[in-house]
Every structure is written in structure tokens, then in C-alpha cells.
Design a binder for this molecule. Sequence first.
Ligand SMILES: *Cc1c(COP(=O)(O)O)cnc(C)c1O
Length: 392
Amino acid sequence: MIYLDNAATTRTAPEVVEAMLPYFTENYGNPSALYSLGATGKKAVNEARRRIAGVIGAKQEEIYFTSGGTEADNWALKAAAEGSAYKGRHIITTRIEHHAILNTCKYLEKRGFEVTYLDVDAYGRIDLAQLEGAVRPDTILISVMFANNEIGTLEPIGEIGRLARKKGIMFHTDAVQAFGQLPIQVDELGVDLLSASAHKLNGPKGIGMLYVRSGVKMGSFLHGGEQERNRRAGTENVPGIVGFGAAAARAMDKMVQKAAVERELRDYLIGRIEAEIPYCRLNGHREQRLPGNVNFSFSFIEGESLLIMLDMKGICASSGSACASGSLNPSHVLLATGLKQEEAHGSLRMTLSEENTREEMDIVVEELKQAVARLRNMSPLYEDFIKSTQES
Ligand SMILES: *Cc1c(COP(=O)(O)O)cnc(C)c1O
């Protein structure tokens, strides 16, 4: 099997699983308990919090554990909106956010908030002048993702942070794809709220966090006990948190080397596809791009058919985001970059890890060439196109 869907989820690293296991077996105490079995859990949770804070240059007490990236995004937007509603009801985000952001914005619109969705250019980058022009006296929150999960494009987070500071507006970034993959310093970037999720960095599924800058007024998300300093009630997911902490430490150790390996494989794969498969287009930005992201549109074919053919050869990839697959709507991200419906339908995302090899990339290119050629041979659109080129 060749796994090229690391933006959807990653393999839990063996050392992460090992770090978690004792917290299912002997160290099962509730961190809120007063006896030492509870204290062991509490200590482990705080050690994980320290490691995770370290990834983004935050303080321990600014990290709040959640059930994942989706919950962190929901919490950030809903609490920031409600908490600042007395100042205004206008929010700015982008058209290419994850559905955890977009659908939360829709929910807030139904509750009387107004949302501006910024356009992106052909590479998926927002325009800072457009952002500045969208700011109003009643703007209370800007939410722009750090890196896009479909096309890998990196947004100008530092510049957005500076603008938000200057205007006194709260700034949230969904950094689920970038956390532990790229250097992030919340103070330098001017970020007030940041979402992350363990399973995108070789940690377990079902655990994530929201960074909340100290001093930022944020309501609680879950009401109940006093866990997470009264802001997110419920007995801590101790094994998950320990796994997240181990994954964060591992990601920090490997960050530079992992990114270098992924970039090299990525550029090799992009280069070969562009050279050897006609009528394709690279989606996303060539440089401002996640190290492991490759996303192409192939004219005259359906991405879904391509996925099935690759799956038969043991290659796991994606056509857009996992959340959107299974539906026939073309990717909102690709449409926002200006692709036509049919181009967006013919797209393929391959997201690499440092465990992939050049040999695997060679196999993928060969299989892709064959699959694309076979699908095009069955396509009436392609037949018409070839005829038209022969006539002219
Ligand atoms: C995966 C992802 C999420 C959702 O995270 P979960 O932990 O799966 O809920 C949110 N935003 C982005 C950009 C993602 O890639």
C-alpha cells in the first residue's frame, strides 16, 4: 500500500501509542481526584500541555484541550462572536476554510452575525488589501486558516496578525494542517486564537486544542465541571492528551528533516506529473505551499474514477477533502481559485509523509499515467477535443 492521504489523517506513531498505553492500563486515575493515582494523570496532562504550548511559543495555561480541530474551530468562532457581540456582529473569514469554520459561520449568520468571505487568487492566497477594505467598525473577529488542507496554500498569517492588531480585532487561525509541520510563533504572528488537532501530526484521533491568548475574553464551550480552568468541562481524555503531547514532541524533533524530505518528494512528484501527463494543472501555490501537498487537476476525467483506479493498485489519495468526498459537489476551495466545475471534478490530492519514498513516487507516476490515459480513452469530451486539435 502507498499512503498519500496525510492531510486526511496520519498513522499514529508507534512511540505515541506506547506513551499512551499506561494511561489506559495502570494510570487510569481521574486527574481531578485527590489521591496519587489521580495526580499521575494530572501530571501527565500538564506535561503534554507544556510540550504543546512549546510548539507555538505559548504559555501552558493558554492551551485548552478539545475533542479535535472541529471543536476548537467551533469554540473559537462561537465564543469570540458571543463574547464580543456587544461591540459588533461582523466576522471576516475566507471562502477556502475547512467546513468546521464555514459551517460554524453559517450557524452564526442565522444568529444575527454578518460574515464576509474573502476571495482568494488563482493560487489560493487572500489579498491583504481586500482584507483591510473588508474591516468595518463593527468587525469583531478575523479567522483565516494557516494552510489549506486541499491545495496546501499558506496564507500570509503574520501580515494578517499585524493588521488585526492595528485595528484591535481578534485573530483566529485554523492551524490544523500547519501545527507541528511548520514553525509557528503566536506572539510574532499576532495570533490570538489557534486550532490544532493531534491526528494530523501522527497523534491519536479525537484530541485537539485551542490556544487562547491570555487576556482574551472567551466564554466556556462545554459547561460542567471545572476542568480546563472552567472553560471546557468534562473528564480529560488523558491517553489522548498524552498521545498529543508525545506527537507534538516528536513533530518538533523531526520538523526540519521531515519537511525537507517531504518537499523533495513533493517537487519530484510535481515535476514528473507535469512533464509526463498532458493537460494537467497544479493547484495551489508553487512555493507558499505545505511541504507534503500535491494537488492536480486532470482535464477530461473524474477525480472519483481516478481514485478508484489508484485504490485498485493500493494507492490511497483523495479528491478534495475527506468531508466533501461522497458528495458530488466539487470542492469549494478549487472553485474559489477559479477552476470550472469540470476542472474541479478532475482533481486529485496526494499528501505525503516523510515515510514515503522516491520509489513509491515512481510507482505512483506510472500508475497515474496509465489510469489517466485509460479514463481519457473512455471520455467523449477527450475524443472531441483531440478531433478539434486535428482539424485546426
Ligand atoms: C482536519 C482538519 C480539521 C478538523 O480536525 P478534526 O480533528 O478532524 O476535527 C479542521 N481544519 C483543518 C484545516 C483540517 O485539516
